[in-house]
Design a protein around this ligand. Structure first.
Ligand code: ZN
Length: 166
């Protein structure tokens, strides 16, 4: 067992909470979070009285809940096409990319901007970068190391070999 587990920041475009449920504690959601709906007008956070329903009880006719402050519609806390990324996680992600020792880019085609630019931030800062993907990508030549394989297979082996964790 290793005596030092490094600080780890997980940057994701996922809008669900699967990373948190898997035990990750420092997660930056670049595209927002489904579990954090807010008012489309005044942007106040909204908390579903009985939790977020798995399926709408009214089917397609279900109307979104209304803001208790201004009566505007409540929307999912995710980034829709054409919207800007939430500033706080984006700034934190750029900061992490610039100052980390190793930047792992896992299971992404690295085509969706601006998230795909984060590895360029790391490369520009002289950070060691590791691309893990089952398919060839444009990062194969720019990353310090490119490992071909699914991240679900490669990452556990990498953690075991590097930090002696299993
Ligand atoms: Zn409102």
């Amino acid at each position: 067992m290793a005596d030092h587990v490094p600080h780890f920041t997980l940057i994701t475009q996922n809008v669900d909470d699967l990373h948190e449920r898997a035990g990750s504690s420092h997660v930056l959601h670049l595209h927002g979070e489904l579990a954090h709906p807010y008012c489309e007008s005044c942007r106040r956070p909204y908390i579903y009285p009985a939790g977020i329903p798995d399926s709408p009880p009214g089917g397609a006719r279900l109307q979104p809940p209304r803001c208790t402050a201004c009566s505007a519609k409540i929307r999912p806390g995710v980034v829709w096409f054409g919207e800007r990324l939430p500033e706080r996680p984006w700034v934190a992600a750029r900061e992490a990319a610039q100052h980390c020792e190793v930047f792992l880019c896992c299971g992404t085609s690295a085509l969706v901007q601006p998230a795909a630019s984060l590895i360029d931030v790391a490369i520009g800062a002289g950070v060691t970068t590791v691309q893990i993907n089952p398919n060839p990508t444009d990062l194969d030549t720019s990353a310090t190391v490119a490992i071909r394989g699914p991240s679900g297979t490669v990452l556990p082996r990498l953690v075991t070999v590097t930090w002696g964790l299993s």
